[in-house]
Design a protein. Structure first.
Lengths: 67, 263
């Protein structure tokens, strides 16, 4: 069993350079996830949270919890 | 160290994301002035709530200008007062405390939401720009009737708002020929004097009296009623001050007929 794996590992078809490795499909997918994340954040904060007034307001010191 | 281009890009955009999160929170704090509710309200002994200046007589008081204080006592399973009315375009400071267990004070559908912990005063400032009606709910499980614990918050147009209350005191019965008095106590919770007219309507008579009620005070208006002018019978009466009304019925009896001794 182990010899089979060893054989497969050593069976090298082509060696890629560091920058030659180019998983563009994965990159696009991650990019789409990222855009969804940004859109959801904007929607959650600016539309759902800030748009849901009235809201609790105060001076800046109480906002950051210094006072 | 050799880092792949995609990996460098990923590091850069995640950094931008974190900076973006912090920037939006900072904008919320500086721009709209959103605040967190903290321990600024201080502490209070839950057993002596009734002796407290704010919570002994909870409700809406006028601080000055467009600023109002609202104190609320939460207890299983109600809020006192259960209905709060404030004007639009106002800044309202809420002080909420609990008499027994942990409750919450949640204005439904808004970001006004705080825990109400016995021994603590939850203090928050809210600006109401538009008139509207909101429900108040408890969202901390507080016992068997938790689901019935509710209140109401009315934001009314400024010209419909006042803090005037009227309470009357008068005998139910008077003998013909005697003078009787109807007392109306007008209270004013604004921080300025209220100059107005109290009107008594009884039978066909209308009596008006000017009254000046001091800010955060009350004044009693006394109406003298001459029963001889009314004659015997039942008379519904009302005292009206600034659209607030209170009344009862006065029965005028014959001197000879009246009283239990006649029977």
């Amino acid at each position: 069993m182990s010899s089979v794996i060893e054989e497969e590992e050593t069976e090298r078809v082509r060696e890629l350079g560091h920058e030659e490795y180019d998983p563009i499909g994965t990159a696009i997918l991650v990019g789409i996830y990222f855009l969804i994340l940004v859109a959801l954040w904007i929607f959650m904060y600016f539309v759902e949270f800030l748009g849901n007034g009235p809201t609790v307001v105060g001076v800046l010191l109480t906002v950051v919890g210094l006072a | 160290m050799n880092i792949h281009t995609y990996e460098k890009t990923w590091l850069a955009v995640t950094l931008v994301l974190i900076v973006g999160f912090i920037a939006t929170i900072t904008y919320g704090a500086v721009g709209p002035g959103i605040a967190m509710i903290d321990d600024d309200g201080g502490t209070i002994d839950p057993d002596t709530i009734n002796d407290d200046e704010r919570f002994g007589d909870p409700g809406v008081t006028h601080v000055g200008g467009n600023e109002y204080n609202v104190s609320v006592v939460a207890q299983a399973w109600s809020y006192t007062p259960s209905e709060i009315t404030v004007p639009a375009n106002s800044t309202v400071n809420f002080h909420v405390t609990s008499r027994d267990v942990t409750h919450s004070f949640t204005v439904v559908g808004t970001n006004v939401n705080t825990m109400v912990i016995p021994g603590q005063v939850s203090q928050m400032t809210v600006e109401f720009d538009e008139p509207g009606e909101y429900g108040i709910l408890c969202n901390e499980y507080c016992g068997a009737q938790h689901h019935t614990m509710e209140g109401k918050l009315n934001v009314v147009p400024q010209d419909e708002f006042d803090l005037t209350e009227i309470d009357t005191e008068a005998p139910d019965e008077a003998q013909l020929g005697n003078e009787t008095t109807i007392n109306a106590t007008v209270s004013n919770d604004m921080n300025y004097d209220l100059e107005t007219t109290a009107t008594l309507e009884i039978g066909d008579q209308t009596v008006e009296q000017d009254v000046t009620v001091p800010g955060h005070g009350s004044e009693t208006v006394t109406f003298e009623v001459d029963t001889a002018e009314l004659g015997t019978g039942d008379y519904d009466w009302t005292v009206t001050v600034d659209g607030h009304e209170d009344g009862d019925t006065l029965t005028v009896t014959n001197a000879t007929e009246g009283g239990d001794t006649d029977a």
